[in-house]
Design a protein around this ligand. Structure first.
Ligand SMILES: C[S@@+](CC[C@H](N)C(=O)[O-])C[C@H]1O[C@@H](n2cnc3c(N)ncnc32)[C@H](O)[C@@H]1O
Length: 195
């Protein structure tokens, strides 16, 4: 993989990182990701945090910079993305980022905070199975913030998540609300209110 330098602001400071072709938004922080990073409340200070679909790592790295005492899981199916996230975490001296394929995360781990710009373009069925793999693993009082473009179906996705989690896990007390909205994007906020 041919790497090239990438300079971006994450968690309020300019960071010197690396990027490469063949991954999502290789030359900067995507618009939706920027909105998520600016508008989601700070992640849990400790515990386990998750970025679903990490790309070169903007979300996972921000989680780790905000919460150095937490363990950050960064998952992707794209090997280049996993490698770049690992290297970028090392470049920032962040020893608390674990980048891997989804299958390599211990299924017993529960997450206090999930931040994600999920892969909408993989299609509804695949997106639904990704969300059903991770959202039920929110810890009690854990929160997930997902940024979704309005014209890629954020409102119907919100309804689907609420209906599906409610039906499959009635005892977990999942709630799904719109955290914020602007012209093109919504941030969906999923919480687990019961153990
Ligand atoms: C919209 S991009 C976001 C990338 C990065 N978080 C960012 O904000 O720039 C979605 C990412 O999800 C990854 N992805 C696709 N299918 C996936 C799956 N089944 N599990 C985990 N990640 C997946 C893609 O490779 C891509 O990197």
């Amino acid at each position: 993989m041919k790497r090239r330098p990438l300079s971006v602001v994450l968690a309020g400071e300019e960071r010197s990182l690396q990027t490469a072709g063949g991954i999502f938004s290789p030359d900067g922080v995507d618009k939706g990701t920027t909105i998520l990073l600016n508008e989601a409340p700070l992640p849990a200070a400790e515990g386990n945090l998750l970025d679903i679909g990490c790309g070169w790592g903007p979300i996972a790295l921000s989680l780790a910079l905000h919460s150095p005492a937490a363990t950050v899981y960064a998952v992707d199916v794209n090997e280049r993305s996993i490698e770049l996230t690992r290297e970028n975490a090392a470049a920032l001296g962040l020893g608390n980022v674990h980048a891997s394929t989804p299958e390599d995360v211990d299924p017993d781990v529960r997450f206090d905070t999930i931040w994600s710009n999920p892969p909408i373009r993989v299609g509804k069925e695949e997106l639904h199975s990704i969300l059903l793999m991770w959202l039920p693993r929110l810890a009690h009082n854990g929160s997930a913030y997902l940024v979704v473009q309005k014209n890629l179906g954020s409102d119907s996705l919100q309804r689907w998540i609420a209906a599906e989690l409610g039906e499959r896990f009635p005892e977990a007390g999942f709630t799904v609300v719109r955290h914020s909205t602007n012209k093109a994007f919504r941030i969906l906020h999923v919480t687990r209110t019961k153990p």
